[in-house]
Design a protein around this ligand. Structure first.
Ligand code: UTP
Length: 281
């Protein structure tokens, strides 16, 4: 039976160097994808998955993220008072549901994704932990909800097929059997394998449902690639004792940590918004 994912962690404390110079002052999670910030898509996905608590990891220099998520009813009322009813309605729709609590935890130094997740340890509710990397924007289907419905235990990581020449840019799964169906049993992961060395074409994408044991594993995870504490290393370490699966999601993923990805996502979103308007008209 599928387990409920009570906590979803959204790490947003990274430096976003690939989006410099804007990220000198604007967190990459607040970059706009057509009509709303990257982070909003992650919040909507967490709400769709039925999370009770969302833990957002931020760096003290990224307080704008907290401000963005401080939903001020007066702000909406003022818009309405100025006759901007449609804008008021849109902002009200973006407000997370009341039953989903949003809390913030700090990562004071960007020591890597694994370290960022360990900063959530004091805030997670019992049970498996969902993780949404906000800069991996996924359209067409809510990925975390889809994973939660298929999750039956262990560590589950979202996956997509990539071209052989692109495998060197991703964490690539080592398959434990034939790569069929949505849930694929895997025995491990190789981070950014050299060209021609990839064990498969199935690549990890930024959505995870992890057994809480990962928080203990992260405590003993040493710095890995790039001198950072890597979540992939903790997952690979657990693979001996925790069932590991890759989940082929149905949506389309955009790497909004890059200029090209942001642009492609914006065009996709523009098309969705315009189509929705035509349907209503
Ligand atoms: P990335 O590795 O894509 O983010 O992490 P980055 O390090 O900010 O990006 P570049 O490479 O410098 O451009 C994926 C997610 O994990 C968060 C990021 O904010 C992003 O949402 N992250 C990453 C942290 O919270 N802390 C970290 O130490 C690293």
């Amino acid at each position: 039976m599928a387990s409920k994912i009570r906590t979803i962690v959204i790490p947003a404390a990274g430096q976003g160097t690939r989006l410099l110079p804007a990220t000198k002052v604007t967190p990459k999670e607040l970059m706009t994808v057509y009509d709303r910030p990257v982070l909003q898509y992650a919040i909507d996905e967490a709400a769709n998955a039925g999370a009770e608590r969302v833990v957002i990891i931020i760096h003290p220099s990224k307080e704008a993220i907290r401000q963005y998520l401080t939903h001020d009813q007066k702000y909406i009322r003022d818009l309405e008072a100025r006759g901007k009813h449609e804008l008021g309605r849109t902002l009200a729709q973006l407000t997370p549901p009341k039953q989903m609590e949003i809390v913030f935890a700090y990562q004071h130094e960007p020591l890597g994704l694994g370290h960022a997740i360990s900063c959530a340890a004091d805030f997670v509710l019992p049970g498996p932990i969902g993780i949404i990397l906000p800069d991996d924007v996924i359209f067409d289907a809510f990925c975390m909800g889809e994973m939660a419905r298929n999750y039956t235990g262990g560590h589950m990581v979202a996956a997509m097929e990539v071209a052989p020449e692109d495998t060197c840019n991703y964490g690539i799964f080592r398959l434990a059997g034939p790569s069929v169906g949505r849930c694929v049993a895997v025995s491990g992961m190789v981070e950014k394998p050299a060209l021609g060395q990839a064990p498969s074409r199935l690549a990890a994408v930024g959505r995870y449902i992890l057994d809480p044991v990962v928080l203990s594993s992260l405590k003993s995870t040493k710095r890995g690639a790039g001198g950072e504490i890597q979540l992939t290393d903790a997952i690979a370490y657990d693979a001996d004792t925790v069932a590991l699966s890759a989940f082929r999601f149905t949506g389309t993923r955009y790497d909004c940590g890059t200029h090209d990805g942001l642009l492609e996502a914006a065009f996709a979103r523009q098309s969705m918004v315009k189509t929705a308007r035509q349907v209503v008209a």
